[in-house]
Unconditional design. Structure first.
Length: 126
């Protein structure tokens, strides 16, 4: 089993969620996160009007205007090893624009999984 962690643009979360659902992956965790990559960005272009309205300035402060933290979404899925490529391809298809800020995908090993409700262990708990 693997954990797939994807950091994507805020505006792509609905399309990504729907694409994963259609691909057979309805279970996920999604969180609001702040981050930045290596490239200097025009911060005004990176935010939607809704995000700009709820900006918390002290969280975005950095040494220069172009190095502020940018709102992103973190999607986490735990899938069987055989499904990892399909999940990656689905996320890439929706989120790849060729521009800085498209995001990152991380794959981590999962040792064990327990379903609290039933006590199922391993892949049957997914």
């Amino acid at each position: 089993m693997k954990e797939v962690m994807a950091i994507i643009r805020v505006k792509e979360i609905s399309k990504t969620k729907n694409a994963l659902l259609k691909a057979g992956f309805p279970s996920m965790t999604c969180r609001d996160v702040l981050g930045r990559g290596k490239k200097k960005v025009d911060f005004k272009l990176a935010m939607t009007p809704i995000e700009a309205a709820r900006e918390i300035p002290e969280l975005y402060e950095a040494s220069s205007e172009g190095h502020r933290l940018v709102p992103k979404r973190l999607i986490i899925l735990v899938v069987q090893d055989s499904d990892v490529k399909k999940v990656i391809d689905t996320i890439m298809e929706i989120n790849s624009t060729g521009n800085p800020g498209d995001g990152k995908i991380f794959i981590l090993p999962i040792g064990e999984v327990y379903r609290i409700r039933t006590g199922d262990i391993g892949e049957s708990a997914l």
